[in-house]
Design a protein around this ligand. Structure first.
Ligand SMILES: O=C1O[C@H](COP(=O)(O)O)[C@@H](O)[C@H](O)[C@H]1O
Length: 224
């Protein structure tokens, strides 16, 4: 029997949080249902630390904020006594100061080679992941863990803060959650046997970790 992608990811989030792990949440619209399901599991997140894959450079109360979505769907729904430590990307600082601040936080808490226990990512229809967009210079960044993104490759056209590929390849368990027919071509570009070199997600291949791609049938339909 096919499992519901959101249920699968919610279960992984709850397991990692209950074990007191360092979790990376992602933004956009796709993970919202998984977050809502996870919020209802009655788990204790108080030993866990929640990080973010990327953020739009807007205040946290903006409707474009990835933090706001995760907070409304998950973090803010947990009972106060079981909430995790939340390491929010400060989008309101802008891409330069915001990325420098987050880089400092990552290095201070996790060192120069962070190991996220669970790193959740989405995939855009253009095959971007976090806020690494095809053809943009940030995809080439190899010395920083966090980068500012002045020009987003698609809507919403606001500057971003994003984990870089070295950081995105540092997960013990990295999970892509992708649903919907509008993502089918991007899924094929990123995860086919011969991935497209213009697809940033094709370069998320954790050397010392496990990669799990959770798809619904519509998103998977162009994979052989
Ligand atoms: O802009 C972003 O897009 C991707 C994909 O979002 P979705 O709405 O298509 O699910 C997301 O993973 C990323 O965090 C976000 O900033």
């Amino acid at each position: 029997m096919e499992e519901n992608p959101a249920e699968v990811v919610a279960g992984l989030l709850v397991d990692a949080a209950s074990a007191g792990g360092d979790l990376v949440l992602t933004g956009g619209s796709t993970p919202k249902l998984a977050y809502e399901i996870a919020s209802r599991a009655g788990a204790d997140w108080s030993s866990a630390t929640v990080w973010f894959s990327d953020e739009r450079c807007v205040p946290p109360e903006s409707g474009l904020s990835n933090f706001r979505m995760a907070n409304e769907a998950l973090l803010g729904r947990l009972d106060r006594g079981v909430r995790p430590t939340v390491m929010r990307m400060e989008g309101e600082l802008g891409p330069d100061a915001g990325s420098a601040s987050y880089e400092a936080s990552v290095r201070e808490r996790l060192g120069s080679e962070p190991r996220w226990d669970l790193l959740l990512l989405g995939l855009g229809p253009d095959a971007h992941c976090a806020s690494l967009f095809p053809g943009k210079p940030e995809v080439q960044e190899r010395s920083r863990l966090v980068t500012g993104v002045e020009l987003a490759g698609m809507e919403p056209q606001v500057p971003r803060i994003s984990l870089t590929l070295p950081a995105l390849n540092s997960g013990r368990l990295t999970v892509f959650l992708v649903t919907g027919a509008d993502k089918a071509k991007a899924v094929a570009r990123a995860f086919a046997a011969t991935p497209d070199a213009d697809s940033p997600a094709a370069f998320v291949r954790p050397g010392a970790g496990e990669l799990l791609v959770v798809l619904d049938p519509a998103a998977a339909k162009e994979l052989a």
